[in-house]
Design a protein around this ligand. Structure first.
Ligand SMILES: [Zn+2]
Ligand SMILES: [Zn+2]
Length: 129
């Protein structure tokens, strides 16, 4: 079961939800392949045709954009194949298009993605399947 947290901006009222972990249908990559962007899906299928995957890891995680100091929830993916090769898609910030990096910070400590002020309040904790 996965968890999540919702935030609301005290200034502009914008709401966002961030998901963490994996749900029930996540036991096989083919069940959730459609959750990835078309580019990632294509790459996975290409690799799958040539190689046997040794290890596949995926989970909704929190990423941060260092440039605009915003939080983003993305489905991370790591595929180990052919000995020591690793495929790991790079995620980009929707706002400024720079690369995101994984983070352990609280979502409430980031800027609002709409008005860019530090006014986020964590409103809701959720469990999902
Ligand atoms: Zn705001
Ligand atoms: Zn950004």
């Amino acid at each position: 079961m996965g968890t999540g947290v919702s935030t609301k901006c005290r200034k502009c009222q914008n709401q966002e939800t961030y998901l963490f972990g994996v749900g029930m249908i996540y036991w096989d990559l083919s069940n959730i392949i459609s959750f990835f962007t078309p580019g990632v899906q294509k790459k996975v299928l290409e690799l799958e045709e040539i190689y046997r995957f040794e290890e596949v890891d995926y989970s909704h995680d929190l990423f941060e954009c260092i440039h605009c100091d915003t939080a983003h929830s993305r489905l991370s993916l790591e595929i180990k194949y052919s000995g020591n090769l690793v495929y790991k898609p790079q995620y980009k910030c929707y706002e400024c298009k720079r690369k995101l990096k994984p983070t352990n910070r609280d979502v409430g400590s980031f800027k609002c993605r709409k008005c860019f002020s530090y006014d986020l309040e964590e409103t809701n904790y959720i469990n999902w399947d």
